[in-house]
Write a protein that binds this ligand. Structure first.
Ligand SMILES: NC(=O)c1ccc[n+]([C@@H]2O[C@H](COP(=O)([O-])OP(=O)(O)OC[C@H]3O[C@@H](n4cnc5c(N)ncnc54)[C@H](O)[C@@H]3O)[C@@H](O)[C@H]2O)c1
Length: 360
């Protein structure tokens, strides 16, 4: 599979750097992808996953690192976009030596890439990686880290949802609105708390009985439905996908009764064209990577020395960014997902260009 974009490619610049890292003794096989450092060092998590092939691992890291450049740009961070994958089954091969070997490769990039948690890697792993590199976030509080990033992810989703509500109904308040939360995991639980506090009626579902039990115990007013199909078809005003990717697809969008979609799950649009289907049905989609940026805002704050209040303030601004994107989408006559991409590209170009000013 080719990595380089040919010089006559009219699209975005392509990836700056892709580093293949191997340590045979520990079994480490990792790929670090840096899409852009136009705004600063690249930040993005490390996914530890048993890919079917090296090509699949490479395709994922290229895709994910590009996505992080857009997410970090719209989060207002002075950070570029990167991501890493470790190819293997974490349950079989994860070890101190493997993680530390990986940490040394991250260090070898000299600060061009900061890592963090992703699928298959956890706060405790970041603490191990931090024994070999300074360029790691998502560490435990005891090690100067930001802790569980779902706290500000949920706060940011709530802010993005309020901005979308304002766009559709003229007021950001969610009191009396019915909000469907699909997935009562780490983010879904915090989000449910914010919604209940704001006076919204929450309808929720989860495949895990423990998550349902959590809802019954902590929020007895939350209505529980059998599955996401029932939630999508329910009489809800807002749909918040907080479980897996691909939540908005050819089955769910035609059945959806909500006017607004705003949720934490990554890659909610199952394929290109779904954003158009949503727009045609009059459903306002607050782009996932805009509203779920609270997590990266939380871990990025570690680079300055973690301060929760500062990070929360930044995550609160997701309200303004979402509002700006929805207005731009109207002005330019494009779906919000397209407007978000344009705004991110604009910031990367406008602010990234400033490096050309010689500082003497
Ligand atoms: N945690 C973060 O900081 C963060 C940041 C950005 C994006 N996200 C994304 O948000 C989503 C939720 O993240 P999380 O940290 O809460 O994960 P989590 O694993 O804690 O929670 C996911 C929940 O979804 C449930 N679920 C899985 N399949 C389901 C289905 N088919 N129907 C209903 N429920 C289902 C699971 O049982 C679990 O309770 C993920 O897509 C994640 O990538 C998370």
């Amino acid at each position: 599979m080719g990595v380089f974009v040919s010089t006559d490619d009219p699209g975005p610049a392509g990836h700056e750097q892709v580093a293949f890292c191997q340590d045979r003794q520990s079994g480490l096989k990792a790929i670090i992808g840096i899409y852009s450092t136009a705004l600063g060092p690249a930040l993005g998590g490390t996914r530890f996953y048993p890919y079917a092939s090296e090509e699949a691992a490479l395709a994922d890291v290229l895709d994910l690192s590009r996505g992080m450049a857009y997410k970090n740009a719209l989060a207002g961070l002075d950070l570029g976009g990167g991501k890493a994958v470790i190819w293997g089954d974490p349950d079989q091969v994860k070890s101190e030596a493997l993680l530390r070997a990986y940490g040394r490769f991250v260090q070898s990039l000299g600060g061009r890439y900061y890592t963090a948690c992703d699928v298959g890697t956890y706060v405790a792993d970041m603490d191990v990686i931090a024994r070999e590199t300074r360029y790691v976030t998502g560490r435990s509080v005891e090690h100067g880290g930001a802790g569980d990033s779902s706290v500000l992810t949920a706060w940011g989703v709530f802010q993005g949802m309020r901005a979308a509500a304002e766009h559709v109904w003229g007021s950001p308040g969610l009191r009396g609105r019915r909000v469907g939360v699909a997935g009562l995991g780490k983010v879904g639980r915090h989000l449910t708390g914010h919604l209940v506090d704001d006076g919204a009626e929450v309808v929720a579902t989860d495949v895990d009985p423990r998550a349902l039990e959590w809802a019954r115990t902590n929020h007895p007013g939350v209505a529980l439905v059998a599955d996401t199909a029932a939630l999508v078809a329910a009489d809800i005003d807002v749909y918040a996908p907080c479980a897996l990717g691909g939540a908005l697809n050819d089955d769910t969008v035609p059945a959806l009764r909500a006017r607004v979609v705003a949720g934490a799950a990554n890659n909610q649009l199952a394929h290109p064209g779904i954003e158009k289907l949503l727009a045609d049905r009059g459903i306002l989609y607050a782009p996932d990577y805009v509203v779920n940026a609270g997590g990266v805002i939380q871990v990025a704050d570690e680079i300055e020395g973690f301060n929760f209040d500062r990070a929360k303030l930044r995550a609160t601004r997701i309200f303004d960014t979402t509002r700006q994107i929805l207005r731009l989408a109207d002005e330019e006559g494009v779906p919000p997902a397209v407007a978000a991409d344009r705004l991110a590209e604009r910031r990367m170009a406008d602010v990234g260009r400033l490096r050309a000013i010689h500082l003497g």
